[in-house]
Design a protein around this ligand. Structure first.
Ligand code: ASN
Ligand code: ZN
Ligand code: CA
Length: 333
């Protein structure tokens, strides 16, 4: 019968997952009946600014895990949008990217050999390229969560996308993209503190970024310095990503979900870690309550300390750990 359904899809990266779909006029649509009605389209490798063609299907079984099947990238993108919705809703009671209940839409198969994915504040929509050779779609769940978190940042602190605030904007997307990956907890994409480890954008199996030690990518900075404001925002995010990893997991060697990390500190003084959920709660409250468009690293320190005081108390061990963890990336003290 017509209406809200739960289909099944097999994506290029997500494995086989349930999908929110809609039955209408004897066919199924890749349109979530809940989560604000988020829907997913095929741009047919054009560069249109339009919405594209809504994916439809006869039996509500979508994709087959191969990139040759056009639905597979659609499955990933649709799942990623739902996972992002669910993370923000379940964790913070946030009702969509703009907290207005609107699920928006995802556009897949943009352009040809387009090696990027992006959130647009103009259409309030997601766009995914098919990557190198049109065989490496950028549709993994951490990428989805990263890009859609740019929308959350736009709707809240609105951090300017240059200088230190730009690095904090990028780090916010890496932090919440990673938290979306943890929340989704897929067998096919085990949660980690790596960014883009599934999409092989470098062609050698390495991830785009490493939160435990950002300099492992060859460009990102591990620690704040006075030159950080002149660094590309995808690399000046490093100290904040590193702060978040250290606050969540602590310094030194550690294995999380089968991945080995060994996170250093600026002065060699260890920090303990308070768990990812509390670290994310602090960052989210800082982002949505205290940060502004011009917040820099010193301001992020103040904002997260205020958030920690609100959530855990100004004389709590967590508050002290937040201060010590900023010192561990050379911010403050
Ligand atoms: N994928 C890039 C990023 O998230 C594109 C963009 O939105 N600036 O940084
Ligand atoms: Zn980004
Ligand atoms: Ca990841």
């Amino acid at each position: 019968s017509e209406g809200v359904k739960t289909g099944t899809g097999t994506g290029a990266f997500v494995g086989t997952v349930p999908l929110g779909t809609t039955e209408a006029g004897g066919a199924y649509q890749l349109k979530d009946g809940t989560r604000g009605g988020h829907y997913t389209t095929d741009l047919n490798n054009t560069t249109t600014s339009g919405t594209g063609t809504l994916f439809t299907d006869a039996d509500d079984v979508w994709g087959d895990g191969t990139v040759a099947n056009r639905q597979s990238a659609g499955v990933d993108a649709h799942f990623g949008a739902g996972a992002t919705w669910d993370y923000y809703q379940d964790t913070f009671g946030r009702n969509g990217i703009y907290n207005d209940g609107d699920g928006r839409y995802s556009r897949t198969h943009y352009g040809s050999n387009y090696v990027n994915a992006y959130w647009s504040d103009t259409c309030r929509c997601m766009t995914y390229g098919d990557g190198s050779g049109n065989t490496h779609p950028l549709t993994a769940v951490d990428v989805a969560g990263h890009e859609m978190s740019h929308g959350v940042t736009s709707a809240t602190a609105d951090l300017d996308y240059s200088g230190e605030s730009g690095g904090l904007n990028e780090a916010t997307s890496d932090i919440f993209g990673t938290m979306v990956e943890f929340h989704a907890n897929l067998a096919a994409d085990t949660p980690d503190y790596l960014i883009g480890e599934e999409i092989d954008i470098n062609g050698d199996g390495t991830p785009l970024r490493y939160m435990d030690k950002p300099s492992k990518d060859g460009d990102s900075h591990d620690y704040w310095s006075s030159s950080l404001g002149g660094v590309d925002v995808h690399y000046s995010s490093g100290p904040a990503n590193h702060f978040f990893y250290l606050l969540a997991e602590g310094s030194g060697p550690k294995t999380v979900g089968g991945v080995d990390y060994d996170s250093p500190t600026y002065d060699g003084v260890p920090v303990p870690g308070i768990g990812a959920a509390d670290a994310a709660a602090i960052w989210y409250r800082a982002l949505t309550t205290y940060m502004t468009s011009t917040t820099d690293y010193a301001g992020a320190r103040t904002a997260t300390l205020q958030a920690a005081a609100d959530l855990f108390g100004a004389s709590s061990p967590v508050y002290v750990t937040v201060a010590n963890t900023w010192a561990a990336v050379n911010v403050g003290r």
